[in-house]
Ligand binder design. Structure first.
Ligand SMILES: Nc1nc2c(ncn2[C@@H]2O[C@H](COP(=O)(O)OP(=O)(O)O)[C@@H](O)[C@H]2O)c(=O)[nH]1
Ligand SMILES: [Mg+2]
Length: 267
């Protein structure tokens, strides 16, 4: 899917190739949604969350997966989000305002062994609650180290988030560690894993091969984030998803994005 999109955008013959990714963003979507983002707020618990308003895109991932580097690469800045060699220290959500007015929520990295158990549980619960119930959330970017695939904690996070009907962009990062053919294999393995684990919700998930250092997958990632923001603007600001605190009144069938729907969900 992503591979197809890349071929389409690089084709010298647009008439043959069909719409370019930017053409599918919709009329209201910015071309580089994260560029010129600015830090606005840090929160450490539910009570400090800003009231839901503008559309929000959350970035999540295991500590050290490459989340801060991915945000910086999309922002085209070296230190918008802090990158560190001491993962797991920042247990808070940092909010950035994108040029369109939409928010980017940089969620705390999870899975770092040295974090005390009680704090880990507190944050896992907070994240799960935020992802399952945040009204203004329009999508989740999940950063994975492509060499390690989908971890148990990633799966647990997806299991809490996907029933909301919202889309996921999996940034399979550090692809620069692979040869081009191995990149494709790694991406397919992640797509397969997600389809096997979440057959009912797999259509909500799009996997993009990514590298912050080599700037692989930037265009495909930007196209997806822009599309989410464009759809939000097009819908007049209604996320249209099932919010746990709206009693399910707004629930719609998830729109098909990316991966094909798998066989029956065994759950
Ligand atoms: N080779 C390579 N290394 C990366 C990439 N992205 C991040 N890293 C490295 O992975 C480590 C963790 O990155 P960071 O962005 O801080 O991860 P975070 O804990 O998920 O925010 C750092 O040493 C980065 O330099 C990438 O695309 N390619
Ligand atoms: Mg980080």
């Amino acid at each position: 899917m992503v591979q197809k999109r890349r071929i389409v955008s690089e084709s010298p013959s647009p008439a043959k190739a069909g719409p370019r990714p930017e053409d599918r963003r919709g009329p209201h979507a910015p071309a580089h949604p994260v560029r010129q983002a600015e830090y606005v707020l840090t929160v450490a618990n539910d009570l400090q969350l800003p009231p839901p308003g503008p559309p929000e895109i959350a970035f999540a991932g295991r500590s050290n997966a490459g989340k801060s580097s991915a945000i910086n690469a999309l922002a085209n800045r070296s230190r918008l989000a802090f990158t560190s060699r001491t993962p797991g220290r920042t247990q808070q959500i940092n909010f950035f305002r994108m040029r369109s007015g939409a928010l980017l929520a940089d969620l705390p990295g999870y899975g770092f062994a040295a974090v005390p158990q009680a704090l880990k549980r507190h944050w896992q619960e907070f994240l799960a609650r935020y992802l399952a119930t945040r009204q203004s959330l329009v999508g989740l970017a999940l950063v994975l180290d492509a060499r390690h695939g989908v971890s148990l904690l990633d799966r647990q996070l997806l299991a809490r988030y996907l029933p909301s009907g919202r889309p996921v962009l999996v940034l399979a990062t550090k692809m620069d560690k692979f040869t081009p053919s191995a990149q494709r294999v790694a991406q397919c393995a992640i797509e397969r894993e997600i389809a096997e684990c979440f057959p009912v919700h797999a259509a909500q998930v799009t996997v993009v091969g990514f590298s912050a250092t080599r700037r692989i997958g930037i265009e495909a990632a930007e196209a997806m984030l822009s599309r989410w923001l464009g759809e939000w603007a097009h819908d007049g600001g209604d996320t249209g998803f099932a919010d746990a605190n709206s009693g399910g009144r707004k629930e719609r069938a998830p729109r098909s994005r990316g991966m094909a729907r798998g066989p029956k969900d065994p759950r």
